[in-house]
Write a protein that binds this ligand. Sequence first.
Ligand SMILES: *[C@@H]1O[C@H](CO)[C@@H](O)[C@H](O)[C@H]1NC(C)=O
Length: 334
Amino acid sequence: MEITIFQCIIVTIIALIVISLLWLSFSVKPKLMELKQAHVVITGGSSGIGKAVAAEVLKQGANVTILARNQARLQKAREELQQYIKDKDNQKILGISVDVSHEYTAVEDAIKKSTQELGPCDILVNSAGMSRAVSFEDTDINDFKRVMDANFIGSVYPTRAVLPYMKERRRGRIVFVSSQAGQLGVYGYTAYGSSKFAVRGLAETLQMEVKPYNIYITVNFPPDTDTPMLTEDKLNMPRETILVSETSGLHQPDEIAKIIVNDAKRGRFQSYVGLDGFVLATVASGMSPVASLMDAVLQVSLMSLMKAISFIFIANFNSIVMKCYKERESQKQK
Ligand SMILES: *[C@@H]1O[C@H](CO)[C@@H](O)[C@H](O)[C@H]1NC(C)=O
């Protein structure tokens, strides 16, 4: 009898703790950001994931600025994106031609111009970037800098330019598009992967600095996505890179865009695609922020299981590399 009462008390206490943690997690969670009154700025907005994000936020009622280098492609994207506008009187698409990784003052001017036209930026999506898949020794020595500039500096400059406006208004979301190659080392991506690891480091560090200002960071880790960038890169891609990347499948830009927009609205730090994206995100989560108690519980309880699964993936990747190596060696002998 006494034991039963004792057990009841324990169970009640545990239930109270769980409920209060849940309550806490929902109350500290960032508020959902609606897009109906929002201005979304997208770099690399004239193609690939960037253009798909533009289409998605237009469908949800936002004003959009797309930043891209090539004037002709920018114009073409603007025309193409018109069809997604829902409220013609209240939604606009602004296109500004700028290289976001070249000169900081030019990026600052572009952001200033977009602020004058459509108001301060509520969500910045850093989607501009370039890919390079070659083995370390075959990589043009200048490409390490080039890729780092395009992917890392190209994310730093626009972020730096919008941040003062966001801090002043105590409102903002910043999205970084990293890659699955920014969560684990993949053959052929010594330049690209390193720059995407850097993007993740930037995201995680910046989140700690801007949280008091109610600004939330999202870092997306897309798998292979069917974009012009990938098609071009595949022409010279090592066989190892193709075979390893293929294990995650090929995804469409609008699928990735939907996930990015949804996660940014919710202020989720990690943003991933599919089941293997979830496994990778869990294994690679380290001390990354979590946006909900649910994420925390999942990561704590699944980390070691996911690590075990990762050995299977890695063993498979290594056997692909070994097979390609042997094929190359035997061809050399012929
Ligand atoms: C878009 O910007 C214009 C200002 O140019 C503003 O009048 C309008 O309300 C904005 N729409 C949205 C959806 O924020």
